[in-house]
Design a protein around this ligand. Structure first.
Ligand code: ADP
Ligand code: MG
Length: 558
């Protein structure tokens, strides 16, 4: 009919689909997890919408997920009666990849593939709905958005285009039908039309899903007859509400993947409960790698907020400070109104109290992490955690103890500030640091010469945020943090000082002349105690901006 349109996938989506069709990910079972996860999200959204908008005419009495197989047609359908999608949403959400950083993702994946690296790399990126094309050669989606009368039918073989069609009759919610590839091909696919396969996969990946996942199964009845009965495949236990010893590691990991949309395992799990005036349960995770949108302003941030098991919102930024935006998980607060808005949350006294507790717990967990995991953590998230030194003055001490920095002491290992202080030379009063773009440029800079000659250790700081936090914090353990590139560095003994003073007199005329001659470029020319090999270097005043900062501000258009 003329209501069918054929549209092209966005270029990046096409490339990602290519990878799926040629299934570079070895664990194909996870397509079902992705579909169930989407269905569960859709049910959460519908329940919330019905609570907030009393005029929305929807039936929420039996929200559930249904799995149906047709062994003869070799199809598998996952159906939900959740929020559904409008036509534009289908095009925008399924036909394109809106997430920032996708281009880099694809480049990394392609490079990894070329290099013969583990295809599990793709596990680091959620591919969500597209995972269906690992097991299906055609996918049909039928959906109707809550509150709308007509529906939308979408279909694709995953090869560049999809068709989209308006339909009059569509049940509320969404159904996704996979036309399965032949079983037992060289890819060694499981038979996803077999009851026990589905049972096992659901149990393994989706047991904690809060909505019933149902399937109708056949059982031998009297004589030749078969009886059909509908069973619920998952236990639906909210993981965060259980006690730690009732939950095993695998369950935590699968739950993490559901809430984070990550395919890799978390680095650390934090399961806590708050009692007293304000009750809550929290199940938080530290990811093992940074998401691509970590520094994107529109990136997903924060944890999910529930009120007594009812999903309220994803990305609840009121519960985590910006510098802990990579923390994923769920907070279930017992005494909040279901109607609470984001704006009100930010102001809510109780939410702020919970947030303080969560932050303390996350920082304490980081402090106690095994060295190996912490190294991974710091590599991935260190630059973000350091933003905390600007934002969160209540926790400055704890944050300073988390800082790891490169240093001239050891080219291979990062150091803590504590260890730096313990290595300080007799008579050294300050903690020296150098900032710049890379370790290489910093080490070759003439600023370091005098420090090297003295045997003083210098911290090597290369993240843009470093310049800002060292200024802001100013000191550690009573020792001033001092840039090697700013102001007068006092590295001299009294004897050396006397010598310099004498030299200054000898060279006074020359210096005055040089200062005059270079007046357009520099404020002053003076004798230096910093240099041992280079003839001259340019230094900033103690309160000047450093070149890196200047560059940063210029890049920001200021
Ligand atoms: P993600 O779940 O990580 O956002 P997906 O590729 O799994 O990515 O899904 C993309 C989007 O499509 C979802 O965010 C959601 O808005 C929409 N979507 C997918 N499945 C459903 C569904 N069953 N019901 C409603 N919306 C859905
Ligand atoms: Mg998804």
């Amino acid at each position: 009919s003329d209501r069918v349109e054929t549209l092209e996938f966005q270029a990046e989506a096409r490339q990602l689909l290519q990878l799926m069709v040629h299934s570079i990910y070895s664990n194909k079972d996870v397509f079902l997890r992705e579909l169930i996860s989407n269905a569960s999200d859709a049910l959460d959204k519908l329940r919330l919408a019905s609570l907030v908008d009393k005029d929305l005419a929807v039936d929420t009495s039996d929200l559930h997920i249904e799995i149906e197989v047709d062994r003869d047609a070799r199809t598998l359908t996952v159906r939900d009666n959740g929020i559904g999608m409008s036509r534009d949403e289908v095009v925008g959400l399924i036909g394109t990849i809106a997430k920032s950083g996708t281009a880099e993702l694809l480049r990394t994946l392609r490079e990894a593939k070329d290099a013969g690296a583990s295809p599990e790399l793709i596990g680091q990126f959620g591919v969500g709905f597209y995972a269906t094309f690992m097991v299906a050669d055609k996918v049909t989606l039928l959906t109707r958005r809550a509150g709308e009368s007509g529906g939308t039918r979408w279909e694709s073989t995953g090869e560049g285009t999809y068709s989209i069609e308006a339909v009059d009759e569509a049940p509320p919610g969404t159904s996704v039908t996979l036309h399965l590839k032949p079983a037992d091909t060289e890819d060694n696919l499981h038979d996803y039309t077999a009851e026990w396969t589905i049972r096992e996969v659901v149990k393994r990946y989706s047991d904690f899903i809060a909505w019933p996942i149902r399937m109708t199964v056949e059982r031998p009845g009297e004589g030749d007859a078969t009886t059909r009965e509908t069973q619920t495949l998952n236990s639906m236990k909210a993981l965060w509400a259980r006690s730690r010893d009732e939950v095993d590691e695998a369950e935590y990991q699968e739950f993490y993947k559901h809430v984070s949309h990550d395919w890799a395992d978390p680095l650390e799990t934090i399961h806590m409960r708050g009692e007293g005036t304000f009750e809550y349960e929290a199940l938080l995770f530290l990811p093992s790698h940074a998401p691509l949108d970590l520094f994107a302003p529109q990136g997903r941030r924060g944890v999910q907020l529930y009120v007594k098991r009812v999903f309220i919102m994803a990305d609840c930024d009121a519960l985590m400070p910006n510098y802990l935006r990579f923390v994923k998980g769920v907070v279930d607060a017992h005494d909040l109104s279901l109607n609470i808005s984001r704006e009100i949350l930010q102001q809510d006294r109780q939410i702020r109290a919970v947030r303080r507790r969560l932050v303390k717990k996350v920082l304490a967990t980081l402090k106690d992490m095994p060295a190996e995991s912490y190294r991974t953590f710091w590599t991935e998230f260190g630059a973000v955690v350091k933003e905390g030194l600007l934002e969160d003055t209540d926790n400055t001490e704890a944050l300073l103890d988390l800082v790891r920095a490169a240093s001239t002491h050891d080219p291979a290992e990062l150091t803590t500030l504590r260890a730096y202080v313990e290595r300080m030379k007799d008579g050294q009063r300050e903690i020296y640091y150098a900032t710049g773009e890379s370790r290489g440029t910093i080490e070759n800079s003439p600023h370091l010469e005098a420090f090297r000659a003295k045997g003083y250790e210098v911290l090597i700081l290369t993240d843009p945020v470093d310049e800002v936090w060292v200024e802001r914090v100013g000191q550690y353990d009573g020792k001033p943090l001092r840039s090697v590139a700013k102001g007068q560095v006092d590295l001299e003994t009294d004897e050396e000082k006397a010598k310099t003073e004498a030299e200054r007199k000898d060279y006074a005329e020359l210096l005055t002349w040089l200062t005059g001659a270079l007046a357009d470029s520099v404020k002053e020319v003076r004798l230096s105690a910093r240099l041992t090999a280079s003839p001259a270097c340019v230094v900033g005043d103690a309160h000047d901006m450093t070149p890196t900062l200047e560059k940063m501000y210029r890049a920001m258009g200021q």
